[in-house]
Design a protein around this ligand. Structure first.
Ligand code: BES
Ligand code: MN
Ligand code: ZN
Length: 500
């Protein structure tokens, strides 16, 4: 596991620090490197400028790498030159992505136990060394991750140490702080990825509840089926009925570093459908294939709640998950059934595959009774959102523009993308039912927003945002710093939001 890579900072001269690999960088189009890379070039007798750049044509395009041996001219055995891309396009997010590429490359090398690196982009006029180090730590943890629990042959774990080397005390101090934050975030992301990548036979509602109960510095209450019924969560229970796995309603409370004077009170809800077969409106095989990831929202909540013990924000945070499976068992809920949510509203079931909004309906009602200022839900909710935004961005909507704006900002600085979708009242038209307060599905057109409008029925007196991660939670092919599989979508956004 990537978590085993020891990421640290060391004061010293790059050329005098021994390592298997030294990572230096180059902006696109630079012919004669300056700064740290310039110093290494000089120590190597111009090998980078005269050979790598001039002869081999290394152009510094973003993510390109060139590995060269040092033949004892400096303490490191090899130098890995990495392309930073165009100076004008360079951002902290790119440092993270680059660092993920670097660690992947190093993991594939035969002998790269110790890797040392410059602080990318933190030179004169560049980024704060803390930011750079944080991005390096995040990227290293993200890129070093692999889900190999079920492989007989494990992924290579050859990199033991990844050390940022800098000769200024000031930079080292800042880098140390950055690494600390980056590690917390990277670890949280990988925690969420592990859960979403798990097989559904493992990541059951009961398992999620167990994990929640094992979290430190929080109070966890798990409601079993009888209590869920007593609370009047008829929508959630309706979905859960078709599975042999018992539903669990999970409430994790973090009181804040100084509970008497918290800055804000928020509730974060994660969709926790541990497997979505579609229910009686069963999905075709290709659509069901990755439906173990339908608890990615819940995974993000567990990861964030687990990180709070290290982040110690002074706000009250409630993590909420209505966990169950959506299965077509003999006792499954049926199209035509009418469910009553916790707030008394009745829902005619139009399609059993629109289950997430039903479980979220009761979770939203519960959250709105906690006396919090803000409620944010995060869910792999609609295929329509995937059609609209692909795997590039999550959809976001809600009832309070400043909350949405803040979340989008937190997403962007965390390396995630979110795009707002509208909750026009016209979308509610197609949810009209002849015999109940509403149906659970309407038109296929505008499906992500219709789901948002549905959820809004269960929101009362709070600022609310809904984040649809159906397209971003799980990748079919590599994207930026992530390989195929779970991404931990939402984790960085929510952590940034809680910490702001
Ligand atoms: N979990 C799915 C949404 C989903 C689709 C997540 C693709 C990840 C990738 C959700 O429960 C679902 O089945 N939604 C239906 C709703 C429809 C029946 C109104 C959909 O989007 O097709
Ligand atoms: Mn579904
Ligand atoms: Zn679902």
């Amino acid at each position: 596991m990537a978590d085993k890579i020891e990421i640290s900072v060391e004061k010293g001269l790059l050329e005098k620090t021994s390592a298997n690999v030294l990572v230096v960088n180059l902006f696109e189009g630079v012919k004669i490197p300056a700064g740290a890379t310039g110093a290494i070039d000089a120590a190597l007798g111009g090998l980078i400028s005269k050979f790598v750049i001039a002869k081999e044509g290394f152009d510094g395009k973003f993510g390109k790498t060139y590995l060269l041996p040092t033949h004892g001219k400096i303490a490191a055995e090899k130098v890995l030159v990495v392309g930073l891309g165009k100076n004008k396009d360079f951002t902290p997010n790119r440092i993270r992505e680059l660092s993920a590429k670097v660690i992947k490359k190093c993991l594939k090398m035969g002998n790269a136990k110790k890797v040392i690196s410059v602080l990318h982009g933190a030179g004169i006029g560049g980024y704060d060394p803390e930011v750079s180090a944080r991005m390096i730590a995040e990227g290293t943890l993200i890129g070093g991750y692999s889900f190999d629990k079920y492989k007989s042959e494990k992924a290579p774990k050859k990199v033991e140490e990844f050390t940022i080397v800098d000769m200024s005390d000031e930079n080292c101090k800042k880098a140390k702080a950055g690494i600390k934050k980056g590690k917390i975030i990277g670890t949280a992301l990988n925690f969420a990825r592990d859960l979403s990548n798990e097989q559904p036979a493992y990541a059951t509602p009961t398992k999620l509840a167990e994990i929640a109960q094992g979290l430190k510095d929080v109070e966890t209450k798990v409601y079993d089926i009888d209590e869920i019924e007593e609370m009047g969560m008829g929508a959630f229970l309706g979905v859960a009925k078709g599975s042999i796995q018992l539903p669990k309603f999970i409430h994790i409370k973090y009181k804040g570093a100084n509970p008497k004077a918290v800055q804000k009170k928020i509730a974060i809800i994660g969709k926790g459908i541990c497997f979505d077969s579609g229910g009686l409106d069963i999905k075709p095989p290709s659509s069901m294939l990755n439906m173990k990831d339908d608890m990615s929202g819940a995974a993000a909540i567990l990861a964030v709640m687990n990180a709070l013990k290290d982040l110690k924000p002074n706000c009250e945070v409630h993590g909420i998950i209505a966990a169950c499976e959506n299965m077509p068992g003999a006792s499954a809920y049926k199209p035509g059934d009418i469910l009553t949510a916790k707030n008394g509203k009745t829902i005619e079931i139009d399609n059993t595959d629109a289950e997430g909004r039903l479980t979220l309906a009761d979770a939203l009602c519960y959250a709105c009774e906690l006396g919090v200022d803000e409620v944010i839900d995060i869910a792999t909710l609609t295929g329509a959102c995937v059609v609209a935004l692909g795997s590039t961005a999550s959809g976001i909507m809600g009832n309070h523009q400043p909350t949405i704006d803040k979340l989008i900002k937190c997403a962007n600085s965390g390396g995630e993308k979110m795009w707002q979708l509208p909750l026009f009242e016209e979308y509610a038209d197609s949810l009209k039912s002849d015999i109940a307060d509403m149906k659970n599905t309407g038109s296929r057109m505008g499906g992500a927003q219709i789901a948002g409008v549905f959820l809004q029925n269960f929101v009362k007196k709070v600022h609310w945002a809904h984040i649809d991660i159906a397209g971003t939670a799980y990748l079919d092919k590599p994207q930026h710093e992530f390989p195929k599989g779970a991404t931990g979508a939402g984790v960085r956004t929510l952590i940034n939001y809680i910490m702001m």
